[in-house]
Ligand binder design. Structure first.
Ligand SMILES: C[S@@+](CC[C@H](N)C(=O)[O-])C[C@H]1O[C@@H](n2cnc3c(N)ncnc32)[C@H](O)[C@@H]1O
Length: 233
């Protein structure tokens, strides 16, 4: 896959199952997450991506409410930064329709391939671009998006004030950055990984202020995660 392929009116070439098998063959080795979790290893990537997509996740993640709260509408351009399995990317595709555009961005090529295949299997027209990010640069084109959405990925990033100061140029006038991530305390329950990697809500606000943003609003309906929206100062 070309990491920056624009896909429109494309329909499935292989099944997701075949893709999964393919990925399993091509990516049998443990994968090292390259950021905040860099010393940890994901033993099975397909399992990891499938886990991000597990239907039970909807109960606490409330994806429809998240998209609605963000006011994502047809024609908008949205970057899903740290797209993972595409759990939110697919919902953005539905919300912006083919008059808008979605950027799926990740440091893992296999995740982008997984997302691309899952979009194809939605059997609907869409515009999407798949960007293989550098750990320190999401490579979103200049003034291309109305929203950068960062779910459960903020804590993977390093030098975040610099990272987000440099990402400002990707926003169109009026653009926002939304950050959803797990609480570092009991509110997030058992997560299956050590909470020392997580970034407390107040520190996110502090770092984003340092990066040149203002907290626009905060949503309180997610039980395990904070949900913050920022605009450039
Ligand atoms: C916990 S997953 C979250 C996936 C998705 N946002 C979700 O909510 O289902 C974190 C994702 O961030 C990606 N990631 C880690 N560091 C990154 C970076 N510097 N830039 C872009 N993506 C990154 C990982 O490869 C992984 O797919």
């Amino acid at each position: 896959m070309n990491p920056t392929t624009i896909v429109k009116y494309r329909f499935p070439t292989i099944t997701l199952l075949a893709s999964a098998l393919c990925l399993g063959l091509l990516w049998p080795a443990p994968v090292r997450a390259r950021q905040g979790h860099q010393h940890e290893r994901i033993p099975n990537v397909m399992e990891y991506l499938d886990r991000l997509d597990r239907p039970e996740r909807d109960r606490d993640q409330k994806p429809s409410e998240v998209i609605e709260a963000l006011g994502v509408k047809p024609g908008m351009s949205v970057a899903d930064l740290g797209a993972g399995s595409g759990y939110f990317t697919r919902r953005f595709v539905e919300a912006v329709t083919d008059t808008g555009k979605v950027y799926a961005i990740d440091v893992e090529p296999e995740a982008l391939k997984y997302v691309e295949e899952s979009l194809v299997h939605m059997h609907r027209p869409y515009q999407a671009e798949f960007i293989l990010a550098r750990p320190d640069n999401p490579k979103i084109p200049f003034e291309s998006v109305d929203l950068i959405f960062v779910c459960n990925t903020y804590h993977h990033l390093e030098d975040r004030p610099v990272y987000f100061r440099n990402s400002k140029s990707a926003l169109r006038p009026g653009g926002r950055i939304a950050i959803v991530d797990f609480y570092h305390d009991d509110r997030s329950g058992e997560l299956g990984f050590p909470k020392r990697h997580l970034v407390p809500r107040d520190r996110v606000v502090q770092e984003m202020t340092e990066a040149g943003y203002t907290l626009l609003r905060e949503h309180g309906f997610l039980p395990k995660q904070y949900f913050l929206e920022f605009i450039p100062q």
